[in-house]
Ligand binder design. Sequence first.
Ligand SMILES: *Cc1c(COP(=O)(O)O)cnc(C)c1O
Length: 362
Amino acid sequence: METVLEIHLPNLLDNFQAIKSKISPQTKVLAVVKAVAYGSSVPAITKCLELAGVDYFAVAYVSEGVALRKAGIKTPILVLHPQIGNLEKAIQYDLEPSLYSFRILTAFSNIVQQNSIGKYPVHLKFNTGLNRLGFSEKELEKLKKSFYQKDLKLVSIFSHLAATEDPKEKEFTKKQLEIFARISSHFDATPIRHVLNTSGILNYPEAQFDMVRTGIGLYGFGNDLKFDKELKPVVSLKTVISQIHTLNKGESLGYNRAFVADKKTKIGTLPIGHADGIGRQYGNGNGSVYIQSKPAKIIGNVCMDMIMVDITAIDCEEGDEVLIFAEDVQTADSFAKQANTISYEILTALSERIKRKLIVKP
Ligand SMILES: *Cc1c(COP(=O)(O)O)cnc(C)c1O
């Protein structure tokens, strides 16, 4: 046994259907697979979703889109945050850029013209209040002028919402949706309009427009316990007890002697550390793992390749299985909460060196 990340493809397909059931059958679904499909596996997740009939994929960067093409993906791919130096590569791999500023619009138009490609599919990103990327409503007139002179085919217009999971920000979200609807009204019916992320789909289905973008929902989380129940975590992180030590009162554990036993304490050493994505915040009693269905606290400092857990109260042996998160114990989201973070962060932090194991049967 070793540290493995199990990827349950049947759960992914169930989540895809669960999300589709929240929207009208005509609405297209874009699957967000940036950051190695939220830390899981690009080929496994994208091939499975392509077969299931997803309409679009999105990644953050051009290099991520290239990885999808190299995995044999034929579905259109939107690159959310391309950089000017990578635009030729995007064209070479048939990736569709999000154009979010005049700087990148001009750079991309020039490349398309110089290479006489003509009518290259692109997407326009609008800023409606997240204030991260995108053209503003004020820039609309200038944008329409400079855009239509160029050799680009406008496939979609979109925006991103800041707080779809937060009921206290309903007013703000409604305002963002209003701005987006107003921007949309300046375009003819051709471009696909999309604004909702997972929590948007769950909380504002009336704003689904022509397409929705789901990331975390596909991987099993709805940012709300009510919705988490309808979804199934796709990945489980498992490891093993490498060695057991017994500390006497006064003996210390690990770097900087961060833990000192106040009584006889049994310790299990596990082959996973901060280089694998278990950040130092999980150490010193904050995070727990599960052994023989019982919680074991992570004690002392998290090391690069190891963590140590308190197994004093657990009847276990070297070689026993350890669950860090799994569907039937604690989820990635509840594990993340122990370190004051969110499912997105723990999932995408899981390093390449953790072996991925595909589970294909329910
Ligand atoms: C990451 C991202 C998403 C996916 O958000 P989830 O909350 O994971 O569904 C959607 N749209 C944009 C622009 C993103 O950057």
